[in-house]
Design a protein around this ligand. Structure first.
Ligand code: FAD
Length: 504
């Protein structure tokens, strides 16, 4: 390696993105680079990202997180998926599970066999073929098994955690690995007159943090990537019109449920995230269709327990930074863009930004081809997630409120039109190999939102009707038998952290 190696990295921001990046860089680069993080306690962080999706396990492995310590320190609970209430139409609910439907059998994806069996008279809901869904609804939890012959191999899971405790936990890990934290407010940015590269961040107290590479984790402010480098922003609010949220935690009143709940409301939707010590709640809404006061009142009227604290309001614009990497500045987290939290994708986008950065780690010259690659892959990830979110909003019936009317009739992105066409005609789910949401997720939401396929993959007809039906019923039977034998969710948490009183 030449002496052009990056030796000094400065991270601006100590929210979830800043500390995840610091923990990962500290662990991966070790003594080869000095990592400094600047954060301002006065400004604070958004602190509301509390639900995750299964790829969080890669990140935990990358930074060497011990699951029991992590679950204890962040007051986490397990998450088997998301329950969507009143989304498709009033008084309807469906579940987006983590894990697969049915089992892997040779020939064709399992759901085509279910579609064929249904066409031939089998009366069985799709949920009967999902172990995570059945476990979630019975308030139970188990971890996936690696043996593909076990029905437990069809499970996936993630976590809910307290965002403030998570940032504190990551900070501990990062500092233990040599990351230096500087408290202070950014006052100005020094740049190289010729290359335009950022050379240092200067705080209001006059500290100068010089670096070879700068990571912008300054949240919605995007102080480096937009404030300095004017990357530009693709505004997607015509597809995702929610632009505000009000958050209000409440006391936990019952067993913790191993899933997030998302309940559609007149001008958006409400989240419910169960933690060991409290329940997180928020109403994500469109300011075109409801006032802040009305949104807060709706949220307050729909809590399970006593409110803990005043309502906290947040504003955002759904969209993506046009270039998240410019010169020697890489934006990670909210600074790179935001898709609303309906499918809990932001923390995932942070970790996937970190993994991409590590794979493309530049030398001091910061080859623009590396930035181009990063930006292309990041843009594609955001695009695909955006289409998945739009599906939830647009495929609805019998919802007369103006937000839902608007979403039902809005023009859709071409990629989503194409996916929907394939599902409606033959039940096929088109996903590329590197997409975040896989077949089971699209199936859950297409089906849950009431899109009914007219056919199925003809390969399902290579199974005779009786054999096909019997095998589909056998899988549902194996799932139904497995559920009552598995632990209650709270018992699974208590066992992991080794102290039943922690979840009493
Ligand atoms: P922030 O948390 O805003 O951190 C920015 C940091 O920059 C702070 O430390 C701040 O002090 C620092 N900073 C800013 N300006 C300066 C300055 N001038 N000088 C020094 N420091 C400065 N994601 C999920 O994955 N799951 C969810 O369930 C989820 N729910 C969400 C709900 C809502 C309503 C919103 C808005 C977001 C949600 N997210 C969720 C997204 C998630 O909260 C963020 O992705 C995550 O918290 C990362 O934020 P961040 O670190 O990029 O920004």
């Amino acid at each position: 390696m030449t002496n052009d190696r990056i030796e000094r990295i400065v991270i601006l921001g100590g929210g979830t993105a800043g500390w995840m990046t610091a923990a990962a860089l500290g662990r991966t680069l070790g003594a080869t680079a000095r990592v400094t993080l600047l954060e301002s306690e006065d400004i604070g962080s958004v602190g509301v990202g509390e639900a995750t999706i299964p790829p969080i396990h890669w990140f935990n492995e990358l930074v060497g997180i011990d699951e029991a310590t992590f679950v204890a320190e962040t007051k986490a609970s397990f998450k088997l998926g998301i329950e969507f209430v009143d989304w498709t139409r009033p008084d309807h609910r469906y579940f987006h599970p983590f894990g697969q439907y049915g089992v892997n059998l040779p020939g064709v994806a399992f759901h085509h066999r279910w579609l064929k069996a249904r066409r031939e008279g089998l009366d069985m809901p799709l949920d009967a073929l999902s172990l995570p869904t059945q476990l979630a609804y019975d308030n139970r939890f188990a971890k996936p098994a690696s043996d593909p012959r076990s029905i437990l191999s069809t499970l996936g899971y993630a976590y809910h955690f307290d965002a403030a405790l998570y940032a504190r936990y990551l900070r501990g890990l990062a500092e233990a690995r040599g990351v230096t934290r500087v408290e202070g407010k950014l006052a100005h940015v020094e740049r190289n007159g010729e290359s335009g590269f950022v050379t240092a961040l200067v705080t209001e107290r006059g500290e100068r943090l010089d670096g070879d590479l700068f990571i912008d984790c300054s949240g919605f402010r995007a102080l480096l990537i937009e404030g300095e480098l004017e990357a530009g922003y693709d505004d997607w609010s015509h597809w995702l019109p929610c632009d505000r949220a009000v958050a209000m935690p409440c006391a936990r009143v019952a067993e913790t449920t191993p899933y997030t709940r998302s309940t559609a409301r007149a001008a958006g939707w409400q989240w419910r995230i169960p933690l060991q010590h409290r329940t997180g709640n928020g109403y994500v809404y469109s300011s075109q269709f409801v006032s802040d006061d009305e949104a807060a009142a709706t949220l307050a009227a729909n809590l399970d327990g006593e409110a803990l604290g005043d309502p906290r309001f947040l504003r955002f614009t759904a969209g993506r930074r046009r270039r998240a990497w410019i010169g020697n500045v890489v934006a990670i987290g909210l600074a790179a863009g935001f898709l609303e939290p309906l499918e809990s994708t932001s923390i995932h986008l942070i970790q996937s930004g970190i993994v991409k950065l590590l794979a493309l780690l530049p030398d001091k010259s910061c080859d623009p081809a590396l930035a181009d690659r990063f930006n292309a892959v990041f843009s594609r990830d955001m695009d695909n997630i955006k289409d998945f979110l739009i599906l939830h909003y647009h495929a609805t019936t019998d919802k007369p409120e103006p937000l839902w009317e608007y979403c039902r009739h809005m023009a859709l992105p071409d990629g989503l039109i194409e996916r929907e066409h394939h599902f409606r005609t033959t039940g096929r789910i088109m996903v590329e190999t590197d997409e975040l949401f896989r077949e089971a997720s699209w199936l859950a939401v297409f089906h849950g939102q009431g899109i009914v396929p007219r056919g199925y993959n003809p390969i399902a007809d290579t199974f005779d009707s009786d054999t096909n039906r019997r095998q589909v019923e056998q899988v549902a039977g194996a799932i139904a038998r497995a559920v009552p034998a598995l632990p209650r969710h709270d018992a699974a948490i208590a066992k992991l952290i080794g102290a039943t009183r922690a979840v009493a």
